[in-house]
Write a protein that binds this ligand. Structure first.
Ligand SMILES: *Cc1c(COP(=O)(O)O)cnc(C)c1O
Length: 234
């Protein structure tokens, strides 16, 4: 089995190659290491290899790791899982990014509970891009109102959009899903120039990061190809 450091090296090379092939600037795509279910020691191995940004899905698990790794400098914690409204206070305090905001109530609470001294919390709106019944995320039709309202909130910085397209669709359709998210961001930015930077597309995972980068991803969220296969959920 390859080590976490080796995995980060090979994922980083994949990102660099796809970025170059897309004719995009070096460094325009960043690696978010998705560390759900991984031990603090696994994260330390990634940190030793230079990784600073980690994505967590489950709040309590994340808080335990944030605590265990408090001695590590400059770690960037990203929340990427479903958000219950009674959990927003801890998310606003412990994370620098949230990729999974999908309703105004959650955004309002995050803004109210974010200490201004920490600087604005970076937010992406999660979009249910393939309109799957079971999936989290807002509808494309809800975005204009959400962007307008969230743009007014003082302690958030509206960075862009996140999606998890249906992985079972044919590759051509997957590509179109990424392209649709990119086009939507572009339109929102034109319509709401003051809502926030709107410079971020959080899309692409272990199996499809090249495709996502070709369509404009700026964060790729990679778990399996960084840390190895996750143990099945019990
Ligand atoms: C688990 C997860 C990932 C990483 O998936 P891999 O296929 O293991 O790379 C990315 N994004 C979200 C939201 C996740 O929950």
């Amino acid at each position: 089995m390859s080590s976490i450091a080796d995995n980060i090296g090979s994922v980083t090379r994949r990102i660099q190659k796809a970025t170059l092939q897309a004719g995009r600037g070096a460094g325009s795509v960043r690696l978010l290491a998705v560390s759900k279910t991984r031990s603090a020691d696994d994260l330390r191995a990634a940190i030793a290899a230079g990784q600073k940004a980690f994505g967590e899905n489950y709040l309590q698990e994340a808080l335990d790791k944030i605590d265990a790794l408090a001695d590590e400098a400059d770690i960037d914690w990203h929340f990427i899982g479903p958000i219950q409204s009674n959990k927003t206070r801890q998310i606003a305090a412990g994370f620098s990014w949230v990729h999974s905001v999908d309703r105004l109530k959650i955004a309002r609470r995050l803004s109210e509970q974010r200490a201004p001294a920490l600087g604005p919390l970076n937010i992406c709106l999660q979009v249910n891009i393939n309109e799957e019944d079971s999936k989290a995320g807002c509808g494309l039709d809800e975005l204009p109102d959400l962007v307008a309202a969230i743009g007014e909130l003082p302690n958030l910085s509206l960075r862009g959009l996140m999606a998890i397209p249906d992985p079972d669709q044919p590759e051509a359709d997957l590509r179109l899903s990424f392209r649709k998210l990119a086009r939507t961001l572009h339109e929102l930015k034109a319509q709401h120039p003051d809502a926030g930077p709107l410079d971020t597309l959080s899309m692409g995972m272990s199996g499809d990061l090249e495709l996502a980068i070709a369509e404009g991803a700026t964060w790729v969220r990679v778990g399996t190809d960084v840390f190895g296969p996750r143990p099945p959920k019990s």
